[in-house]
Design a protein around this ligand. Structure first.
Ligand code: BTN
Length: 248
C-alpha cells in the first residue's frame, strides 16, 4: 500500500480521482492525496470541507476478491488503522464511533468514505477515502461545525507532521488489510475497533432509512456489525446506518 502516491495540489475529490484511476486499471495500493479538495464528499451525499494544506485528504485503491456486501469490512480496517496511527504518533486518545468516525474529545476528527466499483456480484475495486482534520484551525470552523468537529492540532496544541501520520496509517492499514486477505477475517481490526470504541456500552440512536431506533450498543460481531439491545430487551444486529451516541 502506498508504493505509488499521486499527489495533487487542488482537485475536486481524492475519492473521485481514485475511482477514475481504479476504473482505468490502477494497481492495488495506489494512493491519491490532495492538499485541497474543492468538492470533498462525505457520507450520505454531504459535503466535506477540505481546506488547503491543513488536512489529510487521501484515498486508497484496493482490489480485494470480495463480494459487494463485504465492502463495509474495509471501513472497519481503515477505522482501526487511522485510530492506531493517531494514537501512536500524537498520543491523543482517539476513539471510534461505529462504523466510520474517529473521535477526539467527543468530537469528530476523521471520517471515512468507502466506495466501490462492482460487476455482477464481485468487486472490481474499492476506494477508501480518509479525511482527517490534522492541522485545521478549529477557530475557523463555523459555529455549528465547532460543536461537532475538532482537529489533531487542537488536541496536541501545535501543528503535527501530516507525513508521519500518513505513513503510519499506510503501514497499519497494510498490516490489517493483509491479515484480512490471508485469513479472510477482519477479527484483528474488529478487536482494535472494540478496544477504542466510544459507541459500545452507550445509548445510541440509529437512523436507518425511515426508521429510528434508540438502543444500547452492546458489542461488535467478528464481521464488524453492531449488536444492540433494543428497548424490548432483544438483541439485534445492525449492518449499517447513521449512529449517534448520547453525549457525542
Ligand atoms: C464522512 O464522515 O462523511 C466521510 C468523509 C470522508 C472524507 C474524505 S476526504 C478524502 C476523500 N475524498 C472525498 O471526497 N471524501 C473522502
Amino acid at each position: 500500500i502506498g508504493r505509488r502516491i499521486v499527489h495533487y495540489d487542488t482537485i475536486d475529490s481524492t475519492n473521485t480521482v481514485a475511482k477514475k484511476i481504479a476504473a482505468e486499471g490502477a494497481e492495488e495500493g495506489a494512493v491519491v492525496i490532495a492538499e485541497e479538495q474543492t468538492g470533498g464528499r462525505g457520507r450520505l451525499g454531504r459535503q466535506w470541507v477540505s481546506p488547503k494544506g491543513a488536512g489529510i485528504w487521501m484515498s486508497l485503491v484496493l482490489r480485494p476478491s470480495i463480494e459487494p456486501a463485504e465492502a463495509a469490512k474495509i471501513t472497519q480496517i481503515a477505522a482501526a488503522a487511522v485510530t492506531l496511527a493517531i494514537r501512536r504518533v500524537t498520543g491523543c486518545e482517539a476513539g471510534i464511533k461505529w462504523p466510520n468516525d474517529i473521535i477526539l474529545h467527543k468530537k469528530k476528527v476523521c471520517g471515512i468514505l468507502t466506495e466501490m466499483g462492482a460487476e455482477l456480484n464481485s468487486v472490481s475495486y474499492i476506494v477508501v477515502g480518509i479525511g482527517i482534520n490534522a492541522n485545521v484551525d478549529v477557530a475557523l470552523f463555523p459555529e455549528e461545525v465547532k460543536r461537532i468537529a475538532t482537529s489533531i492540532k487542537d488536541c496536541v496544541g501545535n501543528n503535527i507532521s501530516r507525513k508521519e501520520i500518513v505513513l503510519h496509517i499506510l503501514k497499519e492499514f497494510e498490516d490489517l488489510y493483509l491479515d484480512f486477505i490471508y485469513t479472510k477475517s477482519i477479527k484483528k481490526s474488529v478487536e482494535i475497533c472494540k478496544a477504542y470504541s466510544v459507541t459500545l456500552g452507550n445509548t445510541v440512536k440509529i437512523i436507518n432509512r425511515d426508521q429510528t431506533i434508540i438502543a444500547e450498543a452492546v458489542d461488535l460481531t467478528e464481521e464488524g456489525e453492531l449488536i444492540i439491545r433494543n428497548q424490548e430487551g432483544q438483541m439485534e444486529k445492525i449492518i449499517s446506518g447513521e449512529v449517534s451516541v448520547r453525549g457525542i
